[in-house]
Design a protein around this ligand. Structure first.
Ligand SMILES: Cc1cc2nc3c(=O)[nH]c(=O)nc-3n(C[C@H](O)[C@H](O)[C@H](O)COP(=O)(O)OP(=O)(O)OC[C@H]3O[C@@H](n4cnc5c(N)ncnc54)[C@H](O)[C@@H]3O)c2cc1C
Length: 392
């Protein structure tokens, strides 16, 4: 892995930084306060080629490499987690999943429109009674001639109220667990597709569009089955490998935003006749933030590099997601303290980072689940090494 960025990677990073600083940062506080998603920003990201990231031009994408795409997520996450969350779901969980698993016909029908933002995508996996334990989902699928009929409920679906296209997961037979799950590309204007805003006020990601969805005899033609019957679990997990990279890189953005805010505050705030940045305990907080942000970024780049080279990266992506979101949570916690009472109101952005980061620790598999994935992979690797040893 080459740690020196190419000219193209630097160009994309600079473009994303400029866009995030000029178009997203100025509205981040307002959209959080007023709880609305800036859909015009989605169209602008489409024009810049960010919505389809690594997807080839044939399907409307820009063919970005994954390190460039991770840098886009980081820059947008540094400005606003709600906008970065939109992108990780639209591009990572929806478009890249269709790209990986879709037929040529499906790719041509959906990807170019998702790339421009003409269509908004979402990913409907989580249910009220099946979150982590998705193989136990209750949404049912029955065959009816050329159609499948879907019944069930999903919740917490990001982009869900605005989405034109939803990836929907259901089971043909609950007793077969993950072996019977099917994935579908569903037009949200199909009869039987109902949605509403999630009840309550979210802790963070307050500008995000979170939906509860109910499917009542939703009929989907078999040409919209994504992957084969019974492959839905693999489709869902493959999408999460893409989405988790977006979450990890977005967390690096939050951590970097904490560093930026704290350095700025520590340079200006005077107590006991000197800048608080001169106090060694304040310096310790900044040093931890800077070091952990750098470490998290390198883990993200490693996972992105493996994706780029077509190497299996589930473990490395989980490590990046786990470490980066925990590091950003520590950074946000300390950033509020470092700002004293100023960190306690939305006059400064750190209270938003503190609220937003909790979502990144939960969605696309809580960090407890990331730890399980990492530990199981480590044990399996050791078992395989032992099995490969010649008998002594
Ligand atoms: C802001 C936000 C956006 C989201 N967007 C989407 C979306 O776009 N699409 C979508 O499908 N979902 C989405 N989700 C849902 C999210 O993916 C789930 O909330 C998450 O996977 C956890 O599921 P759960 O909430 O049902 O918790 P549960 O599965 O009920 O877990 C509760 C607790 O138990 C722990 N736990 C569960 N099983 C185990 C185990 N085997 N070992 C150890 N601990 C365990 C968990 O770590 C957690 O701490 C979103 C959630 C949030 C908060």
């Amino acid at each position: 892995m080459n740690l020196q960025m190419t000219e193209e990677q630097l160009r994309v990073q600079a473009l994303a930084r400029k866009f995030a600083e000029e178009r997203i940062m100025p509205i981040a506080r307002e959209i959080d306060e007023k709880r609305y998603f800036p859909w015009h920003i989605a169209r602008e990201m489409g024009e810049l080629g960010f919505l389809a990231g690594p997807i080839p031009p044939k399907y409307g994408g820009k063919g970005l490499d994954y390190i460039s795409f991770a840098n886009v997520y980081e820059e947008i996450g540094r400005a606003c987690s709600s906008v970065r969350g939109f992108l990780a779901v639209h591009a990572g969980l929806c478009s890249l999943c269709i790209y990986d698993w879709g037929s040529e016909e499906q790719k041509m029908e959906f990807l170019p429109k998702l790339a421009t933002g003409e269509y908004i995508g979402c990913y409907a996996l989580t249910e009220p009674n099946a979150g982590t334990d998705v193989a136990n989902m209750e949404t049912t699928v029955t065959r009816d001639g050329d159609y499948y009929v879907i019944n069930g409920t999903k919740h917490w679906i990001t982009n869900g109220n605005r989405a034109d296209v939803a990836l929907v997961f259901g089971t043909l037979d609950r007793s077969l667990k993950h072996k019977a799950i099917c994935a579908f590309i569903v037009r949200t204007d199909t009869t039987g597709f109902e949605r509403q805003r999630m009840e309550g006020v979210e802790l963070g990601h307050r500008a995000s569009d979170h939906a509860r969805m109910v499917f009542r005899d939703l009929r989907v033609h078999r040409r919209y089955l994504l992957g084969k019957e019974g492959e839905g679990f693999k489709v869902a997990m493959g999408a999460l490998d893409h989405g988790r990279l977006g979450v990890a890189a977005g967390a690096v953005g939050v951590a970097q935003a904490c560093v930026d805010a704290c350095v700025e505050f520590a340079r200006k705030r005077v107590q006991f006749g000197q800048r608080i940045g001169e106090f060694q305990l304040v310096q310790e907080q900044i040093a931890d933030m800077v070091a952990e942000t750098d470490a998290a970024r390198l883990l993200v780049w490693r996972a992105a590099d493996q994706k780029m080279r077509g190497i299996k990266n589930t473990k490395e992506t989980s490590i990046a997601k786990y470490y980066a979101t925990e590091a950003a949570a520590r950074a946000a916690n300390n950033a509020v303290i470092l700002h004293g009472s100023y960190g306690y109101s939305n006059r400064y952005p750190v209270e938003r980072y503190f609220r937003d980061i909790k979502g990144l620790q939960i969605y696309e598999g809580t960090n407890l689940i990331q730890k399980i994935i990492i530990a199981r992979a480590a044990l399996k690797e050791a078992d395989e090494l032992e099995a490969a040893k010649p008998p002594s």
